[in-house]
Design a binder for this molecule. Structure first.
Ligand SMILES: C[S@@+](CC[C@H](N)C(=O)[O-])C[C@H]1O[C@@H](n2cnc3c(N)ncnc32)[C@H](O)[C@@H]1O
Length: 256
């Protein structure tokens, strides 16, 4: 094969394939199958749309943080959940089983009967002190105040929102959050997100007790602290479950 033909074939594949590029063996097998498909597409109109997704299932950090959050919620057995910074992607599986309130600066409509949607800014929650049994904020706090999602610019947006979350959490309540995390210097990747160091995370949730936590690498999933990113601009995920001192709401319900 001459160079021009080789480049046109490789670049042609590169443009045509969405997702992983095929190996040479996959390309030639596809070509053979394609001829067969065109001979008899069983009555379908046929177009070429190559994709190669064989191998193990891909896993994203969100798989691990959702698992972390779901485990914490199952342990606490709340009656209701408040999800902050939520387009509800992470909570779809839980939404059917709980009274769910979501709060996000961007508007959307509820989909479940037991779902209430609040549109607003996490820096000022329209809820009384100590009124929330279980609060979740996954991959959300790091964006507050950066304007990326149309909220007002406020460099302390994350700090103010966390203060609000701690205020509305009831004694005995549970707060589950995930944030970009580094062992290097805390970084503001404006206007996408903040990347926190441990000191800042502890300061955000001052007044609560860290009950459980996990680290997630974007490359390998659950990881140890020494595998957490320290390269500039790179991040892993800190998943935390914090409690406000007091008897758990589920225990109070049993005693009533
Ligand atoms: C990366 S998404 C988080 C994913 C989300 N937890 C979910 O349910 O799938 C960040 C969310 O935070 C929201 N957001 C950004 N700034 C906000 C603010 N100041 N107050 C409330 N929500 C905000 C965005 O609209 C967006 O939906």
């Amino acid at each position: 094969m001459n160079l021009r033909r080789f480049l046109s074939e490789v670049l042609g594949w590169h443009r045509a394939v969405s997702g992983r590029q095929p190996t040479a063996a996959e390309r030639s097998e596809f070509a053979r199958q394609w001829r067969e498909v065109k001979r008899d597409p069983r009555g379908f109109r046929v177009i070429s749309k190559p994709r190669f997704d064989a191998g193990s299932h891909p896993e994203g950090f969100y798989d691990f943080e959702q698992e972390f959050a779901a485990t914490q919620v199952a342990r606490a057995r709340p009656r209701a959940i408040l999800d902050i910074g939520s387009y509800r992607g992470f909570l779809t599986g839980l939404a059917a089983g709980y009274d769910l309130t979501t709060l996000d600066v961007r508007e959307r409509s509820p989909r479940f009967e037991r779902e209430k949607v609040l549109t607003g800014d996490a820096r000022s929650l329209p809820l009384p002190d100590g009124s929330v049994e279980c609060l979740i904020a996954l991959c959300a706090i790091e964006h507050f105040g950066l304007g990326r999602y149309g909220d007002p610019f406020d460099l302390d947006g994350d700090v103010r929102a966390c203060r609000e979350m701690v205020r509305v959490l009831r004694p005995g309540g549970l707060l589950v959050a995930s944030l970009p995390f580094t062992r290097g210097p805390a970084t503001l990747a404006f206007n996408s997100h903040r990347i926190y160091d441990r000191e800042r995370i502890d300061a955000l949730f001052a007044g609560l007790r860290l009950r459980d936590h996990a680290y997630v690498s974007l490359r390998t999933g659950l990881c140890t602290l020494d595998q957490v990113e320290d390269r500039p601009g790179k991040w892993s995920v800190f998943c935390g479950a914090w409690a406000k001192d007091g008897p758990p709401a589920s225990q109070e319900r049993v005693e009533q």
